[in-house]
Write a protein that binds this ligand. Structure first.
Ligand SMILES: Nc1ncnc2c1ncn2[C@@H]1O[C@H](COP(=O)(O)OP(=O)(O)OP(=O)(O)O)[C@@H](O)[C@H]1O
Ligand SMILES: [Mg+2]
Length: 295
């Protein structure tokens, strides 16, 4: 279902366990209204991928996801022909004494549709829904692929020589994410609405943790979120994201920790910090200090 306002978008995302900032809800609302792709950048684990999932749930469709990597080609992103089945069809036709025709080989059932092509067609399970396409971590793909994507995003159609042109009747909602391992071209960014995702404020992170780690007591959720926020002010190589806060709350619950003391923090710090240099910085004294500051 398409939302009617920004408040409605916020509420609909929230109903699916996603707590967006007002700016992000506005960007999503506009992306839907203006039929423009949404480009999301931000630190790891701050909800870029998850937003696309929540938007798909909100629109009543399954998410189409294209994970980018170096060497990603159109065969994996767009379509390829099912070669073995084509050969089989050819043999069968020959055995039956038929002359192979174009439609012996190039049938819909032999076309392996990858996410970009699927996004241009209706959702078979809900033809009325707008499709949602996540192009995840575009910064990992190489530049020729980015150029190809730019073309696809400008007309939402592709031409398959043996098959014909496939055109989206309604442009899909496209969510593109980047972790900024390299800068993405301006030409691509220009087509999109841009949103930077930072760490949430305490109230929003608490709402997220309450929804995603409900087994943890409210008191412990408060203490954990305050501690994580304190950690984010420190000069760390990699500060914990929202994903880490959720994991940490779950870990504390699994260990039946009821109160956050220096020992339980030290024992579970590997859930929050993933670099030895960062872990080494947080010795017992620093943990105690940080806990005190997070009161
Ligand atoms: N706003 C949010 N509301 C609810 N849950 C969230 C939110 N942001 C993040 N999360 C939680 O954090 C987890 C990690 O988020 P996500 O995978 O979307 O991060 P990301 O920004 O895509 O990270 P990466 O750059 O590492 O891919 C999600 O599985 C979800 O549980
Ligand atoms: Mg992600």
């Amino acid at each position: 279902m398409q939302s009617a306002s920004i408040d409605d978008t916020l509420a609909q995302l929230e109903a699916r366990g996603y707590f967006a900032s007002r700016e992000l809800a506005t960007a999503l609302f506009l992306a839907l209204r203006m039929e423009r792709p949404l480009f999301l950048e931000g630190e790891p684990g701050v909800g870029k991928t998850e937003l696309a999932k929540a938007a798909a749930a909100m629109l009543g469709t399954t998410l189409l996801r294209l994970q980018c990597y170096e060497g990603l080609d159109t065969a994996s992103a767009l379509y390829e022909w099912d070669y073995p089945r084509q050969i089989m069809a050819l043999r069968l036709a020959e055995a039956a004494g038929e002359k192979p025709r174009n439609d012996t080989l190039y049938r819909d059932e032999f076309l392996l549709k990858r996410p970009l092509l699927q996004a241009l067609q209706l959702d078979p399970n809900n033809p009325a829904a707008r499709r949602v396409l996540l192009i995840d971590e575009i910064d990992r793909a190489d530049e020729p692929f980015e150029a190809f994507l730019l073309e696809l995003l400008s007309d939402f159609q592709v031409s398959i020589p043996e098959y014909g042109t496939v055109r989206a009747s309604t442009p899909p909602l496209v969510v593109i994410t980047s972790n900024r391992t390299r800068e993405v071209h301006d030409a691509l960014k220009r087509r999109c609405l841009y949103q930077w995702l930072g760490y949430p404020d305490r109230a929003r992170e608490l709402a997220i943790v309450a929804a995603r780690a409900p087994e943890t007591s409210t008191e412990l959720q408060h203490r954990a979120v305050a501690f994580v926020h304190q950690l984010r002010t420190m000069d760390l190589f990699k500060a914990p994201g929202i994903a880490e806060t959720i994991d940490w709350c779950r870990a504390l619950s699994a260990l039946a920790v009821t109160e956050l003391d220096p020992q339980s923090v030290q024992d579970t710090l590997g859930v929050l910090l993933k670099y030895q240099d960062d872990l080494a910085q947080l010795d017992a004294q620093r943990i105690a200090q940080t806990l005190a500051l997070a009161e």
